[in-house]
Design a binder for this molecule. Structure first.
Ligand code: FCB
Length: 455
């Protein structure tokens, strides 16, 4: 099972999840620093420090990637380091990313930065956050500052990571920072994030016209538990609408899908979309797909209302069990729908190159008495997903790369440090890195451009 020539093999991280050093060199607090302060918001009272101490151990981590033979490193730039409090440019913050990019290039690793992976400067949240249209323009200013420093060395840029999470987990359910439970604000945030994508992409293009700029979405294939039930199908349509099409359609087709627009009108979508916005949002040079699982949904009986929902407008949703194996995050393991998702994106939307920018799994890994971390379940998980991705390529899908999430165990948002997604185990007491068995396995996959010698 060999992948096309030039297929990119990578690993991914995000600034707040790995860097630590949250007050170093002029960084200001982000919404995640503020959220971590709230009683009960994050498991075990964990915070963004020390995370994996990557801010200080970056050279060691780049050396580790080089040893593993990583081809491309997807990381994110922290807005509160670059423009603390959303204001003036902080050169010391940019220095870190310049050192990182230069180290990667020297190690023969392609840098793949994401401009926004959820760490909005908290000062901007105090001015309304993503519910405030102005934040999209502040994002463009921040993007311009990063481009100004790194635009000559980086060829591929990503504006946003998973805007659905920023909008709906952040402003509707409150499970993510900034922890607000205001469905209308979530809908406004979704639009302003999309606008930020468009404005940010323009900033990239005007500063580095020969680079590529894209967006990463977390896409979930959605199925109705009982396809014969009109109610289940309606829940599936709405969940798919808010989760996937609300983001895919404006970016790839230049307009909001009519049914989703109508579903979200009672929550103010029409009030925030201004003339010309959809033209600004439209366009991407590639699409990053983060795939962890699918969603199998049913309508709950009347009366059993789950609120607030992350799919604004969907009040009655249940997830019937299918007897699938589960990860440490409690997510079903189901690789198969990934094939259909990729084929759907390729055939039903205007063609853009696709990359799997995240796929991975948390298991309760432990360092054994022999000092090794054996994680056969992670190896099996990645192998299944690579097979599913390869089947899509066989069907003609233009899939150009795969990034494992994550290089290192790290701060898994509301779950804190309890969930380990890394190929490399991190002992948070000593910051000792121990590559797991999966790291050696993935290293072979990258070297062989696939699962060599296997069907
Ligand atoms: C994704 C996030 C990433 C990580 C993984 C497990 O939704 O983009 O930061 O937390 O989930």
């Amino acid at each position: 099972m060999t992948f096309p020539e030039g297929f990119l093999w990578g690993v991914a991280t995000a600034a707040f999840q790995v860097e630590g050093s949250t007050t170093a060199d002029g960084r200001s607090p982000s919404i995640w620093d503020a959220f971590c302060e709230r009683e009960g918001a994050v498991a075990n009272g964990d915070t963004g420090d020390p995370a994996a101490d990557h801010y200080r151990r970056m050279p060691e981590d780049v050396a580790l990637m080089r040893e593993l033979g990583v081809g491309v490193y997807r990381f994110s730039v922290a807005w509160p380091r670059v423009r603390p409090d959303g204001g003036e440019v902080n050169p010391a913050g940019l220095d870190f990313y310049e050192r990182l990019v230069d180290s990667l290039l020297e190690a023969g690793i392609l840098p793949w930065p994401t401009l926004y992976h959820w760490d909005l400067p908290n000062a901007l949240e105090e001015r309304g956050g993503w519910a405030n249209r102005d934040t999209a323009y502040r994002f463009a200013d921040y993007a311009a500052a990063v481009l100004d420093r790194l635009g000559d060395r980086v060829r591929t840029w990503t504006t946003l990571n998973e805007p659905w999470c920023s909008a709906f987990l952040g402003y509707a359910t409150g499970r993510h920072a900034p922890g607000r439970t205001e469905p209308e604000s979530a809908v406004a945030a979704a639009h302003h994030l999309l606008l930020a994508h468009g404005l940010g992409a323009d900033a990239v293009r005007s500063s580095a016209s020969d680079s590529q700029v894209g967006i990463t979405l977390n896409l979930f294939p959605v199925s109705a538990a009982d396809p014969d039930s009109a109610e289940d199908r309606e829940v599936a349509r709405r969940v798919d609408g808010v989760q996937n099409r609300l983001f895919l359609d404006p970016v790839l087709r230049g307009r909001y899908p009519e049914d989703v627009f109508a579903d979200l009108e009672p929550f103010g979508l029409r009030d925030v979309v201004r003339e010309g916005d959809e033209d600004v949002i439209a366009g991407t040079d590639f699409l990053g797909v983060n795939y962890y699982r699918d969603l199998h949904v049913a309508a709950t009986p009347e009366g059993e209302v789950r609120r607030p929902s992350e799919w604004v407008g969907v009040e009655r949703v249940a997830f019937p069990k299918r007897g699938l194996p589960q990860t440490d995050s409690g997510w079903d393991v189901n690789a198969e729908p990934l094939t259909g998702l990729l084929v759907h994106l390729h055939t039903d939307y205007p063609r853009v190159p696709l990359y799997i920018t995240e796929n991975g799994v948390a298991y309760a890994d432990v360092v054994g008495a022999d000092g090794r971390v054996d994680d056969p379940d992670r190896i099996a998980f990645v192998e299944q997903h690579l097979r599913a991705a390869h089947r899509a390529i066989e069907q003609g899908v233009d899939l150009r790369g795969y990034f494992y999430w994550s290089l290192l165990d790290n701060f898994e948002w509301g779950e804190g440090y309890a969930k380990r997604f890394g190929l490399v185990h991190v002992d948070y007491g000593t910051q000792r890195r121990t590559p797991k068995a999966s790291a050696a396995w993935y290293s072979r996959v990258m070297a062989d451009n696939g699962l060599a010698g296997r069907e």
